[in-house]
Design a protein around this ligand. Structure first.
Ligand code: IMP
Ligand code: MG
Length: 191
């Protein structure tokens, strides 16, 4: 396969990809468990799921359907200044939520917590809009690298501090549609 080809390379043959960190079966099973837990915790309430585009899209789609309650969804888009694979902590809202959070039970659906800076900003920003409650469900938590212990109500998987792609996570918009989570080893702009 020539470099720059747009043809699909099988993930197992892609030299930029390393080991599978979380399989698609593990994702399915854990997300089903999270759905059961969230359904019990929010029983009788109307939940508003808020995801940040685009990394959390796959997780939002699967998690929302594993929750046995009437849920609403909303999305926002942020851009963080920094290199492709490292956050600076300076976040700008590119697309804001459509709904008013006042009095709502809000659950932030996050793809991955790395430094925790993005989530920290988001939490403060959304808390200022007077929701009845505000919690976070993060699919992946990189272990031991946050300066302040992140306040996460639900965590899918604790993973080592490696740059990973798949199941929504990208590097320069690639690999989001991989069904599993894999280590990214290729490229020049990584940690
Ligand atoms: P943080 O502010 O350092 O916690 O970074 C959070 C955001 O950076 C995530 O929501 C992702 O969009 C992105 N990110 C962090 N680590 C990874 C990774 O390993 N792969 C892909 N995206 C990542
Ligand atoms: Mg993200």
């Amino acid at each position: 396969m020539p470099l720059g080809s747009t043809r699909h390379v099988h993930p197992d043959e892609d030299p930029s990809l390393g080991a599978v960190v979380v399989t698609d079966e593990q994702l399915r099973a854990r997300i089903a468990e999270l759905g059961v837990e969230i359904s019990a915790d929010y029983a009788g309430r109307e939940l508003l799921l808020v995801a940040v585009l685009k990394g959390a899209v796959m997780f939002m789609a699967d998690l929302s359907r594993s929750i046995d309650l009437s849920v609403e969804m909303d999305f926002m888009a942020v851009s963080s200044y920094g290199s492709a694979t490292k956050t600076s902590g300076v976040v700008r809202i590119v697309k804001d939520l459509d709904v008013d959070l006042a009095g709502r039970d809000v659950l932030i659906v996050e793809d991955v917590v790395d430094s925790g800076l993005t989530l920290n900003y988001l939490r403060k920003n959304l808390a200022g809009r007077n929701p009845a409650s505000l919690e976070v469900c993060a699919l992946f938590l990189k272990e031991g690298i946050q300066q302040v212990e992140p306040d996460l109500r639900y965590v899918g998987f604790r993973i080592p501090d490696q740059f990973v792609v798949g199941y929504g996570l990208d590097v320069a918009e690639r690999y989001r549609t991989l069904p599993d989570l894999r280590v990214y080893v290729g490229g020049s702009d990584r940690k």
